[in-house]
Design a protein. Sequence first.
Length: 245
Amino acid sequence: MAFGDRVPGADAAALIGDAAVRAAAGEPLQYIFGYTEFCGHRIEVEPGVLIPRPETEEMTMAVIRSDRGFTGTVTDLCTGSGCIAVALALAFPGAAVTATDISEKALSVARRNINRTGASVSLTRSDILTDEPSAVPMSHLIVSNPPYVTMHEKAAMHRNVLDHEPHEALFVPDEDPLVYYRAIAAVAADRLLPGGTLWLEVNESLAKETAALITGPQYREVQVIRDIRGKERFVKAEKKGERRI
């Protein structure tokens, strides 16, 4: 036995029993434990805040690998738990990182993650769908994992997601599935500096359509990138010009 003759005390046994009941009812383990691991960091999560996904971690690690030693300005749009902003701030200690979200709950959790990890991140409440692009700082790097799951995809999702995670952080209307990406494209057109890079996590069935929103004379390259499972999951765009930091 891993723990010999040790048995949990009454309080610990009650916690274990409560966790087992919650898990059996479909509640995500991350909410039960109160945290998840992301890019080697412990990120707190709670109901009302989206649980970071492996795809988001994969994109964040790709950003880190592609620009080691980065010291410019980073903006993370729709930050949620703050996982991307925290990971980038810790990987790029010389960078100025800003994270935005409309949800007060998300910003509260993100603030706890920033304080606990010691990451240097400035938090701002912002509605990307209604605020002017000028609300976002001029940035050398913009990243985002906005809502992108269409309503008709709901039927294929697990109940533990549908019953527990915030729908406003997941779903977009079938008639306008790229609503957030159009807003991000407008922000990038105005606030992404010359030589800057835009990274997006996207719906695998709409990757090319998302990339088409960004294609234009301002950009020297727009790529659709497959994730580790071969799905078209990320869009990377590079602004024309020489990056100056």
